[in-house]
Design a protein around this ligand. Sequence first.
Ligand SMILES: Cc1cc2nc3c(=O)[nH]c(=O)nc-3n(C[C@H](O)[C@H](O)[C@H](O)COP(=O)(O)OP(=O)(O)OC[C@H]3O[C@@H](n4cnc5c(N)ncnc54)[C@H](O)[C@@H]3O)c2cc1C
Length: 441
Amino acid sequence: MDCLRELEGKHAHDPLFEKNMNKPSRVFVPGPVIVGAGPSGLAVAACLKEKGVLSMVLERSSCIASLWQLKTYDRLRLHLPKQFCELPLTGFPSEFPTYPTKEQFLHYLESYAQKYEIGPRFNETVSHAEYHKVIGFWRVKTVGKKLEETEYVCRWLVVATGENAEAVVPEIDGMGEFGGDIKHTSYYKSGEEFTGKKVLVVGCGNSGMEVCLDLCDYSAKPSLVVRDTVHVLPREMLGQSTFGLSMWLLKWLPVRLVDRFLLIVSRLMLGDTARFGLDRPELGPLELKNLSGKTPVLDVGTLAKIKSGDIKICPEIKKLKRHAVEFIEGKTENFDAIILATGYKSNVPSWLKEGDMFSEKDGFPRRPFPNGWKGECGLYAVGFTKRGILGASVDARRIAEDIARCRNEEAAPSDRSVLMKTPPPPPPSFSCLELDLSRKC
Ligand SMILES: Cc1cc2nc3c(=O)[nH]c(=O)nc-3n(C[C@H](O)[C@H](O)[C@H](O)COP(=O)(O)OP(=O)(O)OC[C@H]3O[C@@H](n4cnc5c(N)ncnc54)[C@H](O)[C@@H]3O)c2cc1C
């Protein structure tokens, strides 16, 4: 990225930029630092760029959108129609299908990053970020591939590490004893390696359901652990995407009526899912999503396989044995492998040291959508709305507007035109404060 090369050139002559073998490198970033180069981080960087604000994106892996590139299965397509998964400013190519494949989505993101000249610093894991009250800046520490440390000092910090930063792996009694493969869906690519095998999939969200279907396609014998109630809806109804139709209906009708409509049509199209072991929650799908963030499953063919008996439904696991699984109702069955479709969690509390904006408990902003995007002291969050890329896009636009406004307000009127083109110099008192900080390092 040109701006980074330019910055590095400047740093070579910059007394505030330190690099020596014994100390962490220190980089003063004149604009915002964005942690995470997934769709959310890219969206903020692009919106900022459009407003003339240069940012620096830090990414722990070696590529953009690492969740999509490295941790998703081969057959994955966007779960929602493309118009609901666009990043701000640039839509999908018109020739893309309604539900783009993973490769198409990644191609879109790569082109997006190129178009807005977003060149993240890869292999930099943010391990600590804290606001320094005295100097009024964020200090963001990263660890590189060779364990080298760098400290970025910035005025604005955008958290874009996502709702899916770490895999959730449940503790199951006897896990160490089980002789077969146990893997989280983030390591599952396709059913090819499971042909002819009995596989137990734990978790009945969109991923668990789709992995079961994929296993069927590769002639494996999947069973699905369902321990909770779940809403399964057809992906399309009345010739429309269920998601799009719901959004449209919500403009005119209260959520409970829309839920009732969705459940009636689902019943007509899919039958009574409880008959196949998939009980529905008491709350409707949209009300439940609003209250708990739990996403309904959009069926892409799994239900038919459950009905035909190709996918068996199992109760909760009690314990694992060498080659078998004991279920809570007492039955024991042999399995060759277990796939954990048990979801993900935020990792924010592990590195962001602040007590107000993010909850320690779940790593999400305490204030729900649409108010969770902005904290104190130049702290922002993007992509924690439980509303996918659509929610992230709303956040990204707001954040960019706010940072640009803040920069403009802080700049003297006569400086404005200059500010929009070049990064501002560090505050005059910064060098002495920097000395203070060095002593602490
Ligand atoms: C299987 C699957 C299918 C999905 N389908 C859809 C869909 O169709 N439509 C939709 O809207 N949403 C979908 N989602 C939700 C999807 O995850 C998000 O919409 C999207 O990826 C969120 O982007 P993000 O940038 O917020 O998070 P992520 O894509 O998770 O990106 C976060 C980035 O931050 C990096 N990071 C994390 N911690 C650190 C750290 N400490 N230091 C530096 N970097 C860090 C990660 O490596 C990652 O690259 C799906 C999710 C999954 C798992």
